[in-house]
Design a protein around this ligand. Structure first.
Ligand code: SF4
Ligand code: SF4
Length: 172
Protein backbone atom coordinates (compact mmCIF):
# COMPACT_ATOMS: atom_id res chain seq x y z
CA UNK A 1 0.00 0.00 0.00
CA UNK A 2 2.85 2.33 0.93
CA UNK A 3 4.53 1.54 -2.41
CA UNK A 4 1.37 2.52 -4.38
CA UNK A 5 1.10 5.79 -2.46
CA UNK A 6 4.78 6.53 -3.09
CA UNK A 7 4.42 5.77 -6.81
CA UNK A 8 1.33 7.96 -7.04
CA UNK A 9 3.20 10.76 -5.32
CA UNK A 10 6.07 10.48 -7.82
CA UNK A 11 3.65 10.41 -10.75
CA UNK A 12 1.68 13.45 -9.61
CA UNK A 13 4.88 15.39 -8.88
CA UNK A 14 6.41 14.53 -12.25
CA UNK A 15 5.94 17.22 -14.85
CA UNK A 16 5.53 15.64 -18.32
CA UNK A 17 7.31 18.67 -19.80
CA UNK A 18 10.51 18.08 -17.82
CA UNK A 19 13.49 17.81 -20.14
CA UNK A 20 11.40 18.49 -23.26
CA UNK A 21 13.01 20.93 -25.67
CA UNK A 22 9.76 22.96 -25.60
CA UNK A 23 8.62 21.63 -28.96
CA UNK A 24 5.16 23.17 -28.66
CA UNK A 25 6.85 26.60 -28.63
CA UNK A 26 9.25 25.75 -31.47
CA UNK A 27 6.81 24.31 -33.99
CA UNK A 28 4.22 26.42 -35.74
CA UNK A 29 1.32 24.30 -37.02
CA UNK A 30 -0.46 25.65 -40.09
CA UNK A 31 -3.47 23.47 -40.91
CA UNK A 32 -4.56 23.27 -44.54
CA UNK A 33 -7.17 21.40 -46.53
CA UNK A 34 -6.62 18.13 -48.25
CA UNK A 35 -4.85 18.72 -51.59
CA UNK A 36 -7.31 18.45 -54.47
CA UNK A 37 -5.30 19.47 -57.50
CA UNK A 38 -1.85 19.49 -59.06
CA UNK A 39 -1.54 23.16 -58.06
CA UNK A 40 -2.19 22.24 -54.39
CA UNK A 41 0.46 19.54 -54.49
CA UNK A 42 2.88 21.84 -56.27
CA UNK A 43 2.38 24.32 -53.42
CA UNK A 44 3.51 21.67 -50.95
CA UNK A 45 6.63 21.09 -53.01
CA UNK A 46 7.29 24.82 -53.21
CA UNK A 47 6.88 25.20 -49.42
CA UNK A 48 9.27 22.36 -48.71
CA UNK A 49 12.00 24.22 -50.59
CA UNK A 50 12.19 26.58 -47.61
CA UNK A 51 14.31 25.55 -44.64
CA UNK A 52 12.70 24.23 -41.45
CA UNK A 53 9.40 23.47 -43.20
CA UNK A 54 7.59 20.14 -43.21
CA UNK A 55 4.25 18.87 -44.41
CA UNK A 56 2.40 16.46 -42.16
CA UNK A 57 -0.41 14.01 -42.73
CA UNK A 58 -2.10 12.93 -39.54
CA UNK A 59 -3.56 9.55 -38.74
CA UNK A 60 -6.91 11.26 -38.19
CA UNK A 61 -6.92 12.68 -41.72
CA UNK A 62 -5.74 16.26 -41.27
CA UNK A 63 -3.08 17.98 -43.34
CA UNK A 64 -0.77 20.73 -42.07
CA UNK A 65 2.39 22.58 -42.78
CA UNK A 66 4.78 22.97 -39.93
CA UNK A 67 7.44 25.61 -39.55
CA UNK A 68 10.22 25.25 -37.02
CA UNK A 69 11.01 28.46 -35.20
CA UNK A 70 10.75 29.96 -31.74
CA UNK A 71 7.49 31.58 -30.68
CA UNK A 72 8.21 35.23 -30.00
CA UNK A 73 6.55 34.87 -26.59
CA UNK A 74 8.88 32.12 -25.40
CA UNK A 75 11.20 33.43 -22.73
CA UNK A 76 14.62 32.00 -23.53
CA UNK A 77 15.91 32.84 -20.08
CA UNK A 78 13.94 30.08 -18.36
CA UNK A 79 12.30 28.35 -21.32
CA UNK A 80 8.83 29.37 -20.28
CA UNK A 81 5.86 31.14 -21.76
CA UNK A 82 6.13 34.86 -21.04
CA UNK A 83 2.33 35.26 -21.15
CA UNK A 84 1.45 32.18 -19.10
CA UNK A 85 -1.78 32.73 -17.14
CA UNK A 86 -2.70 35.89 -19.05
CA UNK A 87 -5.39 36.45 -21.70
CA UNK A 88 -2.61 36.97 -24.26
CA UNK A 89 -1.80 33.29 -24.27
CA UNK A 90 -3.43 31.64 -27.32
CA UNK A 91 -6.16 29.16 -26.47
CA UNK A 92 -4.31 26.55 -28.49
CA UNK A 93 -1.54 26.71 -25.89
CA UNK A 94 -3.94 26.92 -22.94
CA UNK A 95 -5.71 23.73 -24.02
CA UNK A 96 -2.63 21.70 -24.87
CA UNK A 97 -2.54 18.93 -22.27
CA UNK A 98 1.09 17.98 -21.55
CA UNK A 99 -0.03 14.53 -20.38
CA UNK A 100 -1.28 13.68 -23.85
CA UNK A 101 1.12 15.89 -25.74
CA UNK A 102 1.74 14.57 -29.26
CA UNK A 103 4.64 16.88 -30.06
CA UNK A 104 7.09 15.11 -27.78
CA UNK A 105 6.37 11.59 -28.95
CA UNK A 106 6.36 12.51 -32.64
CA UNK A 107 9.15 15.05 -32.93
CA UNK A 108 11.49 14.19 -30.07
CA UNK A 109 11.16 10.61 -28.95
CA UNK A 110 10.06 9.40 -32.39
CA UNK A 111 8.10 6.64 -30.68
CA UNK A 112 4.72 7.27 -32.17
CA UNK A 113 3.09 7.32 -35.54
CA UNK A 114 0.32 9.88 -35.17
CA UNK A 115 1.69 11.72 -38.17
CA UNK A 116 3.66 11.21 -41.37
CA UNK A 117 6.27 13.93 -41.70
CA UNK A 118 7.27 14.87 -45.24
CA UNK A 119 10.43 16.69 -46.19
CA UNK A 120 11.28 17.16 -49.85
CA UNK A 121 12.82 13.72 -50.23
CA UNK A 122 9.79 11.99 -48.72
CA UNK A 123 7.44 14.26 -50.66
CA UNK A 124 8.98 13.20 -53.98
CA UNK A 125 8.23 9.55 -53.22
CA UNK A 126 4.71 10.39 -52.06
CA UNK A 127 4.14 12.53 -55.17
CA UNK A 128 4.97 9.66 -57.53
CA UNK A 129 1.97 7.72 -56.19
CA UNK A 130 -0.58 10.50 -56.68
CA UNK A 131 -2.87 10.03 -59.67
CA UNK A 132 -4.27 13.08 -61.50
CA UNK A 133 -6.83 13.29 -64.28
CA UNK A 134 -6.20 15.25 -67.48
CA UNK A 135 -7.39 18.48 -65.80
CA UNK A 136 -4.95 18.12 -62.91
CA UNK A 137 -7.56 17.02 -60.37
CA UNK A 138 -6.36 14.41 -57.91
CA UNK A 139 -8.00 11.05 -58.46
CA UNK A 140 -5.92 9.14 -55.96
CA UNK A 141 -3.93 10.37 -52.95
CA UNK A 142 -1.99 7.97 -50.70
CA UNK A 143 -3.61 7.93 -47.28
CA UNK A 144 -1.83 7.92 -43.92
CA UNK A 145 -1.08 4.19 -43.82
CA UNK A 146 0.12 4.09 -47.43
CA UNK A 147 2.30 7.16 -46.86
CA UNK A 148 3.76 5.61 -43.71
CA UNK A 149 4.86 2.60 -45.73
CA UNK A 150 6.19 4.74 -48.60
CA UNK A 151 8.45 6.85 -46.40
CA UNK A 152 9.74 4.01 -44.25
CA UNK A 153 13.50 4.06 -44.05
CA UNK A 154 13.90 7.67 -45.21
CA UNK A 155 15.20 9.47 -42.17
CA UNK A 156 14.68 13.12 -41.39
CA UNK A 157 17.07 15.53 -39.74
CA UNK A 158 15.93 16.04 -36.13
CA UNK A 159 14.84 19.67 -36.30
CA UNK A 160 14.61 19.95 -32.51
CA UNK A 161 18.34 20.68 -32.73
CA UNK A 162 17.08 24.21 -33.10
CA UNK A 163 18.48 25.75 -29.89
CA UNK A 164 19.02 22.37 -28.16
CA UNK A 165 19.97 23.96 -24.86
CA UNK A 166 16.53 25.44 -24.56
CA UNK A 167 14.79 22.75 -22.52
CA UNK A 168 12.19 22.60 -19.81
CA UNK A 169 13.81 22.30 -16.42
CA UNK A 170 14.08 18.75 -15.08
CA UNK A 171 12.68 18.46 -11.56
CA UNK A 172 14.40 15.70 -9.57
S1 SF4 B 1 5.92 17.93 -23.38
FE1 SF4 B 1 4.59 18.84 -24.92
S2 SF4 B 1 3.52 20.47 -23.83
FE2 SF4 B 1 5.33 19.95 -22.64
S3 SF4 B 1 6.92 21.37 -23.33
FE3 SF4 B 1 7.10 19.47 -24.51
S4 SF4 B 1 5.97 19.85 -26.35
FE4 SF4 B 1 5.30 21.37 -24.87
S1 SF4 C 1 2.30 31.60 -26.49
FE1 SF4 C 1 3.54 30.72 -24.88
S2 SF4 C 1 2.94 28.55 -24.74
FE2 SF4 C 1 2.19 29.37 -26.68
S3 SF4 C 1 3.78 28.84 -28.17
FE3 SF4 C 1 4.19 30.92 -27.43
S4 SF4 C 1 5.60 30.67 -25.72
FE4 SF4 C 1 4.68 28.68 -26.14
Amino acid sequence: MKKITENLEILTRKNPCDGCPALCCKIQILPCSQPQTLIDVDHIKYSLLYPLTEFIISKTGEFSYIKWGLCSLLSEKNCSCSVYGTPNRPLKCVHLDPNSCWYKRNFFEDTSSDICRLNLERFNIWFEKIIFDEKGTIKYLPNFIETEILIQGISMQPQFKLKPKLKKQVVE
